[in-house]
Design a protein around this ligand. Structure first.
Ligand SMILES: Nc1nc2c(ncn2[C@@H]2O[C@H](COP(=O)(O)OP(=O)(O)OP(=O)(O)O)[C@@H](O)[C@H]2O)c(=O)[nH]1
Ligand SMILES: [Mg+2]
Length: 254
């Protein structure tokens, strides 16, 4: 009898927990947005923008909005690594095996080149997007994806688009609602959400629940609307049902 009442109480009053992945290429503003979210929706004060460094790995942020708990996973989109063939070329041609004795050394060189090239187009043919390869380890458990784009940096739209297309193709993310954020709206050059949607012209979006929203991680523009939409679609998404069933039919977390 007690377990019946407990189950009913838990069902009625406990909060649903959603896992939301924040993805996007480096410098899109993912961590800045997450820190803003924390400041606005939790009792933890988020870091100010001048204390945020590029993410190497994962940041986790937890917030509560009305009846939902949201756990955000903010993954780094940076740290380009040397393509293996370039690494081999350096080791064999230039140093006959002596120039670099380890990948650490090679990547130190790579990082220096990356810093030197900062500000220019970073899509050099000899780099590969190292940290983006860990994104897919989190796909299976995610209820939804927030994809952040620096709307003021048109020169990197192509890179953003191809990284997003790769995300959308992945079968572990089937049915996951997608929120695309045209970030940095406080900058005069930022394009609107509609312009960004036209530019991206994503073919794979048709079967998916998605929305474009204009936001700013600096002044908080668009964040409330984004969250409201996200919670609403996650609550009635088939993917949420599927993840619930997989977690052992528990309707909500304690
Ligand atoms: N003007 C403006 N700048 C922003 C905004 N959001 C982030 N930035 C700046 O953009 C740069 C990158 O921000 P991050 O939040 O570190 O970007 P990220 O996407 O987390 O980058 P990685 O961790 O490297 O993947 C920083 O200099 C931020 O201060 C914004 O809304 N407006
Ligand atoms: Mg970051």
């Amino acid at each position: 009898m007690f377990s019946l009442f407990y189950g009913f109480w838990k069902y009625m009053f406990s909060k649903t927990e959603f896992h939301v992945l924040i993805l996007g290429i480096d410098k899109a503003g993912k961590t800045t947005l997450l820190e803003k979210l924390k400041s606005q929706y939790s009792n933890v004060e988020g870091l100010p923008p001048d204390r945020i460094v590029p993410t190497v790995g994962l940041n986790i942020g937890r917030i509560e909005v009305s009846n939902s708990k949201l756990v955000f996973w903010d993954l780094g989109g940076q740290y380009l690594l040397l393509e293996p063939w370039v690494f081999r070329m350096f080791t064999t041609v230039l140093g006959n095996g002596r120039m670099f004795s380890s990948t650490v050394e090679a990547n130190c060189l790579c990082f220096s080149m990356f810093v030197l090239c900062d500000g220019l187009d970073q899509n050099f043919f000899f780099f590969q997007p190292g940290l983006r390869s860990i994104w897919e380890k989190y796909y299976e458990e995610a209820h939804a994806v927030v994809y952040v784009i620096d709307a003021a940096c048109t020169s990197r739209f192509e890179d953003s688009k191809s990284a997003l297309e790769k995300v959308l193709r992945h079968e572990d993310l089937q049915g996951a609602p997608l929120l695309i954020l045209a970030n940095k709206q406080d900058l005069p050059d930022a394009v609107s959400a509609e312009e960004l949607a036209r530019y991206l012209d994503l073919k794979k979006l048709d079967e998916r629940v998605y929305m474009f929203e204009a936001v700013s991680g600096y002044d908080g523009m668009g964040i409330k609307e984004s969250l409201e939409w996200l919670i609403e679609v996650m609550e009635r998404s088939k993917r949420t049902e599927m993840l619930r069933a997989r977690a052992g039919a528990a309707p909500a977390s304690a």
